[in-house]
Ligand binder design. Structure first.
Ligand code: IPE
Ligand code: IPE
Ligand code: MG
Length: 263
């Protein structure tokens, strides 16, 4: 029987899937989806074409996360610093978000995906806010993959916001100063109730966090792709490889593991 290249790839991907599934999976994956602009520029296209192509990668990653049974997927879609970009690009990103939610929400909902948002979305245009609120409302009772979209999100802003809310609750005597500990603090973050990410992936070869989840990633395993893997290039294989890299890591949390010698 003739097996075409596509079939071989399919078989390889299936084998990779099985390999990844046979080992402990991250419960929570966070992704800095970076490199859309460079992907487009490399092809002589406007940057927005890269963002559009990035949506395809996003679709694949959501699907694969669901297939693997990952519980939480947190995606950095727009940072508090991204307002510095030209208004035309910011506008294009907002339109793309609205278009994406309108097009995908029914399918996401039928796949039992629950959409949540991290960030100060109140600063977004009303039309975007409406679509976001609608997506959150429609999917609120779903019990499958939790997709958290970070929109107008900044790690420092999140921490300052939490500190203010805690101070307010102390002043209002809802809590006392002695109640404040790491557990309580994390309940005031956008990620309240969500376990910390096990794995953080950033595409495009940039080795920085760009203000993402600063509080939550204290013990997260970080995986950075090479610079030739821009976000629109991040396909199922690249995702599975990132998870395999995670599965090779030894998580110590400051302690020791069994074979690290005698004291
Ligand atoms: C990531 O791609 C998407 C957003 C920040 C919205 P970029 O737009 O940052 O692409 P590069 O890094 O300029 O290539
Ligand atoms: C981080 O990427 C934000 C998102 C992916 C949404 P940026 O492209 O904005 O980060 P910097 O500017 O390279 O640090
Ligand atoms: Mg970038």
């Amino acid at each position: 029987m003739f097996i075409g290249k596509k079939d071989v790839n399919k078989a390889e991907l299936l084998a990779l899937m099985e390999q990844v599934k046979s080992k402990p999976l991250p419960q929570h994956v966070a992704i800095i989806m970076d490199g859309n602009g460079r992907w487009a520029t490399k092809r002589g296209l406007p940057r927005v074409a890269g963002h559009r192509q990035g949506v395809e990668a996003l679709r694949e990653v959501i699907k694969t996360s669901d297939e693997l049974g990952i519980k939480y997927l947190t995606l950095y879609a727009f940072s508090t610093e991204n307002w510095k970009r030209p208004a035309t690009e910011v506008d294009a990103l907002m339109s793309l978000l609205v278009e994406y939610l309108r097009k995908e929400i029914q399918e996401l909902n039928s796949n039992n995906v629950k959409i949540s948002v991290l960030g100060h979305v109140e600063a977004f245009p009303p039309i975007a806010q409406r679509e976001i609120a609608n997506a959150v409302e429609i999917t609120k009772n779903n019990t499958g993959l939790n997709v958290n979209i970070a929109l107008n999100y900044g790690g420092r802003a999140e921490i300052v916001r939490a500190a203010k809310a805690i101070a307010r609750d102390v002043l209002d005597k809802k809590i006392s100063l002695d109640d404040i500990d790491e557990r309580l603090f994390s309940r005031y973050l956008y990620t309240a109730g969500i376990p910390d990410p096990d794995l953080l992936i950033r595409t495009s070869g940039e080795f920085r966090l760009s203000n993402f989840l600063l509080y939550q990633i204290a013990y997260t395993e970080l995986v950075f792709t090479d610079s030739d893997v821009l976000w629109p290039d991040f396909d199922k294989r690249a995702y599975l490889e990132a998870i395999m890299e995670y599965q090779r890591r030894q998580r110590r949390y400051g302690g020791l593991i069994a074979d690290e010698g005698t004291v």
